[in-house]
Design a binder for this molecule. Structure first.
Ligand code: PXP
Length: 237
């Protein structure tokens, strides 16, 4: 069964809009777990614009499912990850001005730093996934630097106009197939929602999807529990 990890960053974004204590992303995470989510994802950004250390440490203590930490490959983030010991770290690129993660990590360019990060995280017993474009060279490099998993960036697919969507899906399908052949597990995420998820759920070797924005957005109107359950219903078909 394909797993769902819910990204609760945007609950923290709303909290930070007033600088107070609510809504609490930790409460949101516990509701997602009760609704059947298989894990929780947070991105501790370098500027701490939404998730804070406090959230990460509380989640580590309270979650019964998997905690996935999205992080840039920096010494600061590595130290935090090695201390918190999430179940999985997903290495992502980070640009301070970006609204959200803009693309996959260029592992070819940052090969040595990524390899060393994977080695240190593995030493602490943490599974490592790398957020990548559906590109053969990057996927082969993910294997070479020792990653356990890749997370395929579904941004281009989710934003493609209907006539280009098939092409983007095919690119993801080929990437997922290659990853499977190389012995990498496959996660996918970015821009997924109830409308565009069904074809993604049929990708070969897919282990987990990570969904944030659409679940939290729909939660405002239909409630968080229902927003999680309607995604699970698609994944479990
Ligand atoms: N995966 C990665 C690596 C991301 O950076 C994000 C966005 O934070 C997501 C998945 C989730 O994307 P969305 O919020 O569009 O569902």
């Amino acid at each position: 069964m394909i797993r769902l990890s819910v990204n609760v960053d945007h609950v923290a974004t709303l909290r930070e809009a007033r600088g107070g204590r609510e809504p609490d992303p930790v409460t949101a995470a516990l509701i997602c777990e009760l609704a059947g989510a298989d894990g929780i994802t947070v991105h501790l950004r370098l500027d701490r614009r939404h998730i804070k250390e406090r959230d990460l440490y509380l989640l580590r203590k309270l979650l019964k499912t998997e905690l996935n930490l999205e992080m840039a490959v920096t010494e600061e983030m590595l130290k935090i990850a090695l201390d918190v010991k999430p179940d999985q770290c997903t290495l992502v690129p980070e640009r301070p001005e970006e609204l959200t993660t803009e693309g996959g990590l260029d592992i070819v360019r940052h090969r040595e730093a990524v390899k060393e990060a994977v080695r240190r995280l593995h030493e602490a017993g943490i599974k490592v996934s790398i957020f990548v474009e559906p590109n053969e060279e990057q996927i082969r490099m993910a294997k070479e630097v020792g990653a356990d998993r890749i997370e395929l960036n579904t941004k281009n697919y989710s934003e493609a106009p209907p006539k280009r969507r098939g092409e983007e899906l095919e690119r993801l399908r080929r990437a997922a197939e290659l990853a499977g052949k190389l012995g990498l597990e496959v996660n996918a995420g970015h821009g997924l929602n109830v409308q565009n998820l069904p074809p993604i759920a049929k990708l070969p070797n897919l282990r987990e999807v990570s969904i944030g924005h659409s679940i939290i957005s729909r939660a405002i109107f239909i409630g968080l529990e229902k927003a999680v359950k309607e995604i699970l219903e698609i994944l479990h078909r």
